[in-house]
Structure formats: structure tokens, C-alpha cells
Design a protein around this ligand. Structure first.
Ligand SMILES: [Zn+2]
Length: 259
């Protein structure tokens, strides 16, 4: 991360874009190929690594494998992780509709997965945030996701009236003025937004969590109906227009982030 040179104090965190299941992990998943394909289509934030694009010239920390292997957005400690009770902590044992996904891994198998995927990802995110903080004195993490237009069975919020964009905030790490400005930016581009609905919160590296207010974080979740044929997981005709609008939003967020 030493070579990173920040011009704006913004980092994209993209945790759920990948469908990759490493070949040696595949046997631990108790789904047929077609069931796995279906589950990946429901649970992957497809193309978020394309929407929050590299050419926006913002450093990105992108998780390289599927969340069905390890979910980097979850707390490592199951006692802190509310979704662990549903078999969807850092290593899922259940699918999005509550069916068995894998047997509970042994302590050794769990540690191996965490060491291989979770820790390097969080180290990269922390290093990126540290570098930004050192160079510019602040840092705004944008936690980039998408969500299905109809709630999946595992979700808390089962109301099918969902916004175009869900903005997730953290009481300590999302200043109210950043939240308000970002909502205004998306509203002006014609998106309807809601805060912390249907999903809430935004990622912060543990080193800074509840300690360093100059590490700011906000989650931007896009309703998949805006760019995806959700059944097949393929882009539809609205993808490029959405990508362009997101690019405009990010340009404006770049301006407010240095104020
Ligand atoms: Zn996500």
C-alpha cells in the first residue's frame, strides 16, 4: 500500500462481487452445481466491481472470492455478529433460504479459511485506510453493495417496497453531514433513497472501530432491479446508464469529501 498516492480521501470496499468458489472449498458445500449456481445468483452483489469502477480512480479493496466461502463483511467473533445465529456468520452454514450449506467446519478448517481469505482482506483494507489517513488526515470508506428487489428469506426486512439506493450508516463513523450530502447527491440524480433500510451499517476496520472518527464510512447499496435481470444474474439494458449516474455521484462525493 506504500505506493498508493491519495488525491481524494475515498476508498471503495467491494466485498460481495465475486462468484468464485475455490476448487478445494467446493466439496465442503452441500449443494448440487445447479443449486450452488442459484444460491450464488441470489447472494452475489453482481457487477458491483464494474459499477464502482477502477476508472473512477479511487483505490479499491475487492474481495476476490464468494461470500459463500467467507464473508468479509461479518465480524470475526460470532458473539458480535448478529447473523451468526442464522448460520450466516463469517462462515455460512445455511443458505439464503435457511437450508444447509455446509457442515460446521472444524476449528482448524475455520482458521485455515480465515487466514487464507478474511485476514489478508482486512489487512489490506486497514492498510489502505491507514495510508489515506496519513496522507490526507481523513478517509471515507464507501462500502459498495447491491441488494435484491424482493427480500430473500434470511433478511430481517421483508417489506418488498425497497428504495433504489440504501444508504447504510454507523453512529460513530458516519458524520451526519456526509450522510445528508450523499443522500442529496443521489436524490438529485433521480434515485429514491432510504437510510439503513433494508440493510444497515457500514464497514470499518477493527483497528479504527469506535476509536478514530477521522475514518469515516458509509454504505451504498444499489437495488439490483436497476441493472440486473435478477433471475439470471445478467446485466440488463439499464446497466450503462446506471454506471454513468454512479460515476457522476462519485465525482460529487469526491468534492464534498475534501470539504
Ligand atoms: Zn453485499
Amino acid at each position: 500500500m506504500k505506493s498508493l498516492n491519495f488525491t481524494h480521501p475515498i476508498i471503495f470496499h467491494i466485498p460481495h462481487a465475486s462468484r468464485i468458489i475455490p476448487i478445494d472449498v467446493r466439496p465442503s458445500l452441500m449443494l448440487s452445481d445447479s443449486e450452488l449456481n442459484h444460491e450464488l445468483t441470489k447472494m452475489t452483489d453482481a457487477y458491483t466491481d464494474d459499477l464502482f469502477a477502477p476508472d473512477l480512480n479511487i483505490p479499491r479493496v475487492v474481495f476476490p472470492i464468494s461470500r459463500l466461502v467467507v464473508d468479509p463483511e461479518r465480524f470475526l467473533d460470532d458473539d458480535l455478529e448478529i447473523m451468526a445465529a442464522r448460520g450466516m456468520g463469517v462462515i455460512y452454514s445455511r443458505t439464503s433460504d435457511g437450508m444447509p450449506l455446509r457442515l460446521r467446519p472444524t476449528v482448524e478448517a475455520r482458521e485455515k479459511l480465515i487466514d487464507r481469505y478474511y485476514r489478508p482482506h482486512h489487512q489490506a483494507l486497514e492498510a489502505c485506510a491507514s495510508t489515506c489517513l496519513r496522507q490526507l488526515g481523513r478517509c471515507l470508506l464507501i462500502d459498495c453493495h447491491s441488494f435484491p428487489s424482493e427480500p430473500l428469506p434470511y433478511e430481517d426486512d421483508q417489506d418488498s417496497h425497497r428504495p433504489d439506493i440504501c444508504i447504510g450508516t454507523d453512529d460513530f463513523h458516519t458524520p451526519k453531514w456526509i450522510e445528508n450530502e450523499i443522500i442529496r447527491i443521489f436524490n438529485r440524480l433521480g434515485f429514491c433513497t432510504e437510510v439503513n433500510r433494508p440493510f444497515s451499517g457500514s464497514i470499518v476496520p477493527m483497528k479504527f472501530y469506535q476509536i478514530e472518527p477521522r475514518v469515516m464510512s458509509i454504505m451504498v447499496e444499489i437495488n439490483r432491479k436497476l441493472y440486473l435481470e435478477e433471475k439470471s444474474g445478467k446485466k440488463h439494458g439499464g446497466f450503462e446508464a446506471l454506471k454513468n449516474k454512479l460515476g457522476s455521484a462519485i465525482s460529487r462525493i469526491k468534492v464534498i469529501a475534501v470539504q
